[in-house]
Ligand binder design. Structure first.
Ligand code: HEM
Length: 143
């Protein structure tokens, strides 16, 4: 008779883990950005905008642009809920010593919005990505 509750518990456990296994992760932003290819295109537009932006380009004079591009693709993909892994350094470590100002942070965000606009990303989706970047400001801006 004691077996029944155990069996019931086991069944419930199995059912709930199945439910979790099938619960879809929220990848609506990832899809909205155009998935991997969309993000690749956005970053491919974004990086040259940053490198041409008089307000911030100086900071990137010694940066490995190929690496930066790859890391940004990974980071945006992860932030958007996509099936990626960010393999770069922590934001605080990367930007430590760069003396990034709020104005520079805003300039870079503006360039990202232009890049998304040029790639046909709806403003609702643009705002979602920008909102996810906003909390990073504290770790990036040091001046
Ligand atoms: C939302 C804001 C920002 C995000 C999400 C961001 C993200 C990143 C990422 C993912 C990397 C590559 C990390 C790695 O290589 O492991 C990076 C590097 C870098 N970022 Fe930012 N960044 C932001 C703002 C800024 C701003 C405002 C500046 C300066 C104006 C800046 C300057 C740099 C530089 C110079 C590097 C290269 C560092 C190096 O090569 O050692 N970033 N950033």
């Amino acid at each position: 008779m004691r077996l029944l509750p155990k069996l019931l518990a086991a069944t419930l456990l199995a059912a709930s883990s199945l439910a979790f296994a099938h619960a879809p992760a929220d990848d609506s932003l990832y899809i909205g950005l155009g998935a991997k290819e969309g993000i690749r295109k956005i970053v491919a537009t974004f990086v040259p905008l940053v490198l041409a932006d008089a307000r911030i380009k100086e900071s990137f004079s010694e940066t490995d642009i190929k690496n930066l591009t790859l890391r940004l693709e990974q980071q945006f993909c992860v932030l958007a809920g996509g099936p990626c892994e960010y393999k770069g350094s922590k934001m605080t470590e990367v930007h430590d010593g760069l003396n990034v100002t709020n104005a520079q942070f805003n300039a870079l965000t503006e360039d990202l919005q232009i890049a998304m606009e040029r790639n046909g990303v709806p403003s609702r989706i643009q705002n979602k990505l920008v909102a996810l970047l906003a909390p990073m400001q504290r770790g990036i801006v040091t001046k």
